[in-house]
Design a protein around this ligand. Structure first.
Ligand SMILES: CC(C)(COP(=O)(O)OP(=O)(O)OC[C@H]1O[C@@H](n2cnc3c(N)ncnc32)[C@H](O)[C@@H]1OP(=O)(O)O)[C@@H](O)C(=O)NCCC(=O)NCCS
Length: 164
């Protein structure tokens, strides 16, 4: 398998991220939403202990996946993760998550939380494999083409897993 590089996102990645976003998500983020979710893209300096940033995964200098997060004091929210269709099932999502967990430990964060559509069983399995557990359910939270569906809230308590 070819080498995978994971590094911090920068503005030159935006176009490739947007293309993947439109391919893999039913409700893709707009260019503006992506820009606003990363301080180094929006040019905004967040106040105090707030940080919005992300990682990209590259194969042969090509962006094949990304992960965005928002960190507020000791709490990290995973706001978006995606891997391009042709590269799914090759552990890239898992490696992006591991990068976030390593960052969380390095910054003495207490937990990582996220929200996922109840029908997204692939992503839920990925999160469970890393140690996330379901903490809550928001009924009928997301719109779908046929109505609405629940949001599953999941949390990874960092003190409860082994780093490595
Ligand atoms: C969810 C997503 C990021 C996973 O990325 P990935 O690179 O394919 O995931 P990995 O290859 O690292 O998978 C790791 C584990 O997660 C689980 N998993 C991932 N995708 C799965 C799927 N479609 N079905 C079942 N299990 C899945 C598997 O247990 C897998 O372990 P295995 O390889 O030992 O079987 C990717 O499928 C994606 O971009 N989906 C569309 C966007 C999305 O739904 N994002 C999440 C929004 S909350």
């Amino acid at each position: 398998m070819q080498d995978l590089t994971i590094r911090i996102v920068n503005q030159h990645d935006l176009c490739e991220i947007l293309n993947i976003e439109r391919r893999v998500h039913n409700n893709p983020w707009s260019s503006e939403t992506i820009t606003q979710s990363i301080d180094r893209l929006s040019g905004k300096k967040q106040a105090g202990q707030v940080q919005k940033d992300g990682f990209v995964a590259l194969r042969n200098q090509k962006v094949v996946g990304y992960l965005f997060y928002s960190k507020v004091f000791e709490e990290i929210e995973l706001t978006n993760i995606a891997v391009d269709f042709d590269y799914q099932g090759q552990s890239i999502g898992g490696q992006l998550l591991k990068q976030l967990v390593d960052f969380a430990y390095a910054t003495q964060s207490l937990h990582i939380f996220l929200e996922v559509r109840a029908s997204n069983t692939g992503a839920i399995t990925l999160y469970q494999n890393v140690g996330f557990i379901q903490t809550s359910l928001r009924k009928n939270y997301y719109p779908t083409q046929r109505g609405r569906e629940d949001a599953v809230l999941m949390t990874l308590q960092l003190s409860q897993i082994q780093q490595g």
